[in-house]
Design a protein around this ligand. Structure first.
Ligand code: HEM
Length: 173
């Protein structure tokens, strides 16, 4: 009896030899590569690196989610990449009017009206100087939320400013 149990114990011990463990590990690695050949062969396209750029309103406008473009919007001169919120800002979304635009006034006033958007993209930026404390407070709230949720990818400057002339948006290179 004692011999049988000691043989079983020995058998158990021999299975877990270092060689066997290495072989099992190799088998698992092989099985992994065999079962997921696509991940090894077709690398996913890496996201475009985030480069801080200077945008004028016409530069920003195409970033409205149409034609597979990312979605950007500006709040008080800061351009946010709101592509992860495409459902909100992309085509057909409830806030699509802000896509590719300076959304400051609309957010401050809580309005989607067309006249919240700067009409002349080649003109001066909206200074918001006519807005009251309450509206500016609301705008700061949105900015805070965006800063936590989205990446800042650039700054918005008016057409013809020195910064606009110095900077060359990547898509024009
Ligand atoms: C009928 C009134 C409205 C309803 C029912 C509504 C509903 C919502 C809901 C459900 C969300 C998603 C919240 C979340 O999951 O984080 C949201 C987010 C948002 N709403 Fe509204 N909303 C209304 C009015 C407005 C107005 C007037 C504005 C400003 C013009 C506005 C701007 C936004 C923005 C900017 C977001 C954040 C999207 C993001 O996180 O990127 N909403 N809204």
């Amino acid at each position: 009896m004692a011999d049988v149990s000691s043989a079983a114990a020995t058998d158990g011990a021999t299975i877990a030899t270092p060689i066997n463990l290495i072989l099992i590990a190799l088998l698992m690695i092989l099985a992994y590569y065999r079962l997921s050949p696509k991940t090894a062969l077709t690398l996913p396209t890496p996201p475009a690196p985030t480069v801080f750029k200077t945008f004028t309103p016409p530069d920003l406008e195409p970033y409205n989610g149409r034609n597979n473009m990312p979605v950007y919007l500006a709040v008080r001169g800061r351009v946010f990449d709101v592509t992860p919120g495409r459902n909100f800002y992309g085509p057909g979304g409830p806030y699509a009017n802000f896509a590719g635009r300076d959304a400051s006034r609309g957010l401050a006033c809580g309005s989607f009206d067309e006249d919240m958007l700067t009409k002349d993209l080649n003109g001066p930026l909206d200074t918001l100087s006519d807005l009251g404390d309450e509206e500016m407070e609301a705008l700061r709230g949105w900015e805070e939320r965006f800063s936590e949720k989205y990446l800042v990818v650039g700054k918005l400057v008016h057409v013809g400013s020195d910064e606009a002339n110095d900077a060359t948006p990547a898509e024009k290179l």
